[in-house]
Design a protein around this ligand. Structure first.
Ligand code: UDP
Length: 327
């Protein structure tokens, strides 16, 4: 039997690389694509030489073509951390707009099903709590997060238009804060920031007064939800995340306990438009996909910390924005 063929954009990133692993494990032929602006080939090095994997170094904001048949496309290419999309705002907008248009065109030409990585950021600084998929959001289009939030909102609209007007098979996952091995230690997000600080013996930087909340999902749970959604027949958006909500202060205490660091928490200014609270309502995923998160934060944080600790210490000190970053 011929293998199903899947194109994964953002393949060298945190989520993309875990998706490549999962689809190879499930018996697919995987085409990974990335322009390495924030991705890192070390995340998929182990797949090179595997006959079921091929890698294309390409920017999906430009015309995209891949040879042969295609069954599925997963669009995961995008800067995804606040400091990344502040630093590379135009690329962030382009990958969510021009990029998705190219991939939708490719999906239409190849008669492939396309799943897009959307985000809890479509809800902005939410006025509804917890957030369910029917909430339209509270986004500032011209704030620093606007480049990411609006690109992702446009991406959803474009995807839905291809579904409605061209009958294309599409899926939309709204991803809430996710963590695990292969995050970039220096990407500025709270978990790699805190673990990196603990490893380097620095104080942990909480932004604002640390009372804002987030709900953290372990990467394996997220990948399972995405896999189920792709194979489902549901075209409306689906939240995938862990509803277990904590404050950033509590999170810092957990990291201090886990790492055994004797550093303390210090407070820095809260970034503009930083959402005050975030927690997914995952009723839809439970009902439609029979999915719910399985990995506790205690377990997930330990796996993640063990991964970062096992890296050569020089990687704890790498410059932000990846080695290949050009302005
Ligand atoms: N945060 C923090 N210290 C850091 C990095 C982030 O207190 O060193 C806070 C940030 O202000 C936000 C939360 O942690 O309220 C989660 O931030 P992250 O960048 O991980 O993602 P977001 O959910 O804001 O997109």
């Amino acid at each position: 039997m011929t293998k199903k063929r899947v194109l994964i954009t953002g393949a060298a990133g945190f989520l993309g690389s875990h998706l490549c692993d999962r689809f190879i494990k499930e018996g697919y032929f995987v085409m990974g694509m990335d322009n390495l602006i924030t991705g890192d080939l070390r995340n998929i090095e182990h797949l090179f030489g595997n006959p079921d994997f091929v890698f294309y170094n390409h920017d999906v904001s430009k015309f995209v073509h891949v040879p042969g048949e295609l069954d599925y496309i997963l669009h995961f290419a995008s800067p995804a951390s606040p400091i990344d999309y502040l630093r590379i705002p135009i690329q962030t907008l382009k990958v969510g707009s021009l990029g998705i248009h190219h991939l939708l065109g490719l999906a239409k030409a190849k008669n492939a099903r396309l799943l897009i990585a959307s985000t809890s950021e479509v809800y902005g600084d939410p006025l509804v709590h917890p957030q369910n998929e029917d909430y339209w959001g509270n986004v500032n289009p011209v704030g620093p997060r606007g480049v990411y939030d609006e690109a992702k909102r446009f991406q959803e609209a474009m995807t839905m238009a291809y579904h409605t007007y061209h009958g294309l098979e599409t899926r939309i996952v709204r991803i809430f804060n996710t963590y695990g091995p292969r995050m970039r230690l220096n990407d500025g997000r709270v978990l790699p920031a805190f673990i990196g600080q603990a490893l380097r013996g620095e104080d942990l930087t909480a932004f604002g007064d640390g009372t804002q909340t987030r709900s953290f999902c372990y990467v394996d749970d997220l990948v399972e939800g995405i896999y189920r959604l792709l194979l489902s027949d549901y075209a409306q958006p689906v939240n995938i995340g862990n509803p277990n909500e904590i404050t950033i202060n509590q999170f810092a205490e957990e990291i201090i306990k886990l790492t055994g660091t004797n550093q303390k928490v210090i407070y820095k200014p809260l970034p503009t438009d930083d959402p005050k609270q975030r927690k997914p309502d995952v009723t839809r995923a439970k009902t439609l996909l029979n999915w719910e998160p399985k990995v506790s934060r205690e377990e997930g944080l330990k796996l993640t910390y063990d991964y970062f600790k096992s890296l050569p210490p020089e990687r704890w000190n790498e410059e932000p924005y990846g080695r290949d970053f050009k302005k």
